[in-house]
Design a binder for this molecule. Structure first.
Ligand SMILES: [Zn+2]
Length: 338
């Protein structure tokens, strides 16, 4: 096999040559051993007096990295040997780089890169509804630390992660135990695959490179996908079931009732069009169809909707069989060193 040198990772005074697929990297044993206990162990085996020709490359020991992709190894080694290549969040980066750095740093136990990659990956999958709402409704006012660091600009920040990336993110999250990203990743995937034809496409072509899911993830996803279609119903019920309570201070119950019924018609139309984001089908805002109810009803309706959305959000992980937010946030905090 012809081996191709990777120029960015070919140090003339390096003392070890790593090989992934048909690419070779000439780097430094001492630095790798200082960063990774796996490399430390690997290099501490006593070297034979004489190496077989296939075990060396231009006088350096040749170390095959079995099962690793050349692209991922290149990202990982660049993160180690070039301090500008993979800066910490909120600096911008790319999903490809995060994926390579995270998978390899997990395997070779380079904790600081693993943690840095997890922070970047997690920025695309908030575990708080409030942040998701800010991205949906106030995207122009977001601070750098509220953004996803790896979505290309222009970055609408909401529901814009492409299907192939979601598949890869979910598989990666399972592999490195970043389970807290799964509920929202599955939710986004559901919103891309609401149309039965789209769903069938991914289910039928299971060898498709884009959709490398385990059996377990398909089962989890489909389980939650069924529930996804019903999320809109309790939200609409907040408005349809609202009853003016005489104690709440409404002075124009008939007027409020008629405004509410008209608004409900509009929300139903929206629900038809925007089922792709059921948690954000409508909101009760000063410029929305409910603006003309009295101040008291407005406030009560807003509260009822907020409570209902919070409940739906809290149930989201369980719908996909991934436990509770409480536990997921705990493991996230530990893994991200927060
Ligand atoms: Zn009222």
């Amino acid at each position: 096999m012809d081996l191709e040198r990777v120029p960015e990772l070919w140090f003339p005074d390096g003392n070890v040559v790593l090989q992934a697929e048909d690419h070779v990297f000439k780097v430094f044993q001492g630095i790798l051993a200082a960063r990774s206990p796996i490399f430390k162990d690997m290099f501490s085996f006593p070297q034979p007096q004489e190496r077989a020709p296939e075990d060396e490359f231009e006088g350096c020991p040749l170390v095959p990295m079995m099962g690793d992709s050349a692209h991922e190894v290149a990202c990982f080694l660049q993160a180690i040997f070039d301090s500008e290549f993979f800066p910490a969040y909120p600096a911008r980066t790319e999903f490809d780089i995060i994926e390579g750095c995270l998978r390899m740093s997990h395997k070779y136990q380079v904790d600081y890169i693993r943690q840095r990659a997890l922070v970047h990956l997690s920025s695309g999958f908030p575990t708080e509804l409030a942040l998701l709402d800010r991205r949906r409704y106030n995207s122009s006012e977001l601070a750098a630390v509220e953004r996803t660091s790896w979505l290309p600009p222009p970055n609408p920040e909401y529901g814009s992660i492409p299907v192939p990336v979601l598949f890869r993110a979910i598989s990666l999250a399972r592999e490195v135990e970043a389970l807290w990203i799964l509920p929202l990743a599955f939710y986004h995937l559901s919103s891309h695959l609401t149309h039965p034809e789209r769903l069938a496409h991914y289910l039928t072509f299971r060898d498709n490179e884009e959709a490398t899911f385990s059996e377990r993830d398909w089962v989890a996803f489909l389980h939650g996908h069924g529930a996804f279609s019903h999320i809109a119903i309790p939200l609409l019920s907040c408005v349809s079931n609202y009853r003016v309570d005489p104690r709440c201070g409404c002075r124009a119950p008939h007027h409020c009732e008629s405004v509410r019924l008209k608004a409900l018609g509009k929300f139903h139309d929206l629900a038809d069009k925007r089922l792709a984001q059921p948690l954000h089908i409508f909101r009760i805002a000063a410029d929305g169809p409910l603006k003309k109810v009295c101040a008291s009803c407005f406030e009560h309706l807003q509260l009822a909707l907020a409570e209902c959305r919070e409940q739906l959000w809290n149930k989201l992980p369980r719908k996909y069989g991934i436990g509770k937010w409480e536990d997921l946030r705990k493991i996230k905090k530990e893994a991200l060193g927060l």
